[in-house]
Each structure stands twice: as C-alpha cells, then as structure tokens.
Design a protein around this ligand. Structure first.
Ligand code: FO1
Length: 309
C-alpha cells in the first residue's frame, strides 16, 4: 500500500529538517504540512511567524541549517541601525528575512489570510509543498514562570529560557482553518515531527476539533529526545518540570498517550519505549541526505503498520 495523503505536524527547527526530507520523499500533492503559529508575535511593528518561516526556508533550501532559523545567507545591517536608535535587538531579524515579514505584514493589513499569504510566500520561493498555518487567527503560547507570565518569544529568546516553566497555555480563541481540518480528515496517516510537544505540537492539537480528528487517524511521531538530550531547545527541562519525567523517548510517548500508533527513536533508544511499536534509526539530521533517509524510514514504518496493524 502507498500512502496517498500524508499530514505532517511541525514546529520550527527539528520539524523543519524532517519537513525537507518528506518534501523530497513524497509528491507535493500527497503531503500537507500543518505548522505551529503559537510562536507568532509582533516585533518592530511586523508580524513574525518563526515556525512557518523556518519550515518554508528549509523547503526552499535557503535556511541556516546549523543555527536552525533564519536564512543561510544573511546580514544584519538593519539590526545595527535599530541598535543605534536604542531599539529592541534581542530578536535578531536579518535584512533578507525582513523582506518576508514586510510582505506578510502588508498583506495581513490588506486583509489577506495567513493561509493565503503563506501560499504566496512559498510560491515566491519556489516551494511546491503545501504549507498551512494551523490557524488564521492569533493564538499565543504563554509561559507561566516564577518571574511572571511571558509570551513564548519573550521567554525563549529575550529571557533566554532561564525562568523555570510552571505552566503553558494558549491565549486567544483561535480556530483551525477549514484547510487544516479538511487535510486531517483526508489523511491516511498523520506524522508528528521531532518538535517540542509542549510548545510546537500541543498548540496545534489544542485548536478546537483538531485533536479528535487526528486521533481518528494512524499517528506516528519522531522523538525529539535523542540519548537523553533535546536536539535543540528547552525540552529536557520542560519534561522535568512539567511532567516530572526523565528525558527519554518514553516520556514523549507518554505525553502523546494513546494518540500514537508508533514512535521513531534514535537507534539505541528503543528499550525505553514499551507501550507502542518503535523503530530505532538515525534521527539526528545534520544534512539534507539525513533528512531524506529519516523521512523514508518514517514513511516505511507508517506503511508497514497500516498494512499489518
Ligand atoms: N531564535 C533565537 O534564539 N534568537 C533570535 O534572535 C531569533 C531570531 C529569529 C528570527 C526569525 C525567525 O524566523 C526565527 C528566529 N529565532 C530566533 C528562532 C525562533 O524564535 C524559535 O526558535 C522558534 O520560535 C522556536 O520554534
């Protein structure tokens, strides 16, 4: 059996790397990527969608692979000018990246939906894969810490993720788009990227109607925890403080609970997961070839489990 329609749920950095592999392994019409927008915020008066841009730049082969965000070929002359004026420089917007934010902000002001804007931006960069924001409405991921409540970028970047996280919640009453709901309903399988479950995937699943629709499908995830470490970001501490769990793929499996039909983990990490089918393979993606190899392995797992559940 071949998978006719695949839905991929993604956050930024790790999710974007697998997105690149999936986009090479599958024809564009078979793949829909639904991306977290809980990280979105307004900065310098511009509408920034970090995860959408990270995935889009990765698919366009323009992303900075080592840093994980922004463009590979970039300069920061605008940032230094802002610094001279005493403006905010904690969030590093590059000169070329700014072009994306300027166009998105203008089109949003003109009334175009984030879904249509994303499609226009992708078209401009020659990205053929279908990339959908989880919602056209603002939904902000909020972080309760001992130092008060911070929006996601203020906690992660401005406060350097130093304050311990007590609770995560999603501000606003955002609804998923019809395109998101239809894509999930039509999917043969849902793949959850190696993204942070709390702040990248949960915001998508928390939108009204999404969790139920995803749950009705075979769902396979890639663990963002490799040999006790997160590939990037503050996931290890979140697992410890929010779930009182050690950083293992088992904790990822426990977080998603009975949503998952299978989990892909780093080779050597298989033993920690006893509750569902596990595939151990190379999950750390340093190159585009690693991303493609992992994408093919994930798809093979999905196909094998669908044939023989
Ligand atoms: N992350 C940082 O840690 N520091 C930055 O200055 C920064 C700038 C930035 C600019 C554009 C963009 O699309 C992403 C950017 N990121 C930056 C990454 C981003 O804030 C987070 O990694 C994601 O939101 C987490 O998924």
């Amino acid at each position: 059996m071949t998978l006719a329609r695949v839905v991929y749920l993604s956050g930024g950095v790790g999710g974007a790397r697998l997105a690149h592999g999936l986009s090479r392994a599958l024809d564009p019409e078979r793949l829909t990527m639904i991306v977290n927008t809980g990280d979105d915020f307004t900065h310098w008066g511009l509408s920034i969608s970090p995860d959408l841009d990270t995935v889009m730049y990765a698919l366009a082969d323009l992303g900075d692979v080592a840093r994980g965000w922004g463009l590979a070929t970039e300069s920061f002359a605008t940032l230094s000018m802002v610094q001279q004026y005493g403006g905010e420089t904690w969030f590093q917007l590059g000169d070329r990246d700014l072009g994306t934010h300027l166009m998105r902000s203008q089109w949003l002001r003109e009334g175009t939906s984030l879904t249509d804007i994303t499609s226009k931006l992708c078209h401009g960069l020659g990205v053929r894969a279908k990339l959908l924001p989880m919602s056209d409405e603002r939904c902000e991921t909020m972080i309760d810490t001992d130092d008060g409540t911070l929006s996601f970028q203020h906690w992660l970047v401005r406060a350097r993720a130093v304050p311990d996280v007590r609770r995560i919640w999603f501000r606003g009453r955002a609804r998923p788009t019809q395109a998101v709901l239809r894509a999930i309903e039509a999917a043969d399988v849902v793949i959850v990227g190696p993204s942070n479950p709390y702040v990248s995937i949960d915001p998508i699943l928390a939108l009204p109607g999404v969790y139920e629709r995803v749950r009705a499908k075979p769902v396979f995830a890639v663990s963002p925890i490799v040999h006790g470490q997160a590939v990037k970001g503050p996931l290890v501490r979140m697992l410890q403080t929010l779930s009182r769990a050690e950083a293992t793929p088992a904790a990822i499996a426990a977080h998603y609970g009975d949503l998952l039909h299978g989990l892909v983990v780093e080779a050597g990490d298989e033993a920690s997961v006893r509750t569902l089918p596990v595939l151990g393979t190379a999950t750390v993606m340093h190159t585009r070839e690693h991303s493609l190899t992992l994408a093919r392995a994930v798809l093979e797992l999905c196909e094998s489990r669908l044939v023989q559940p």
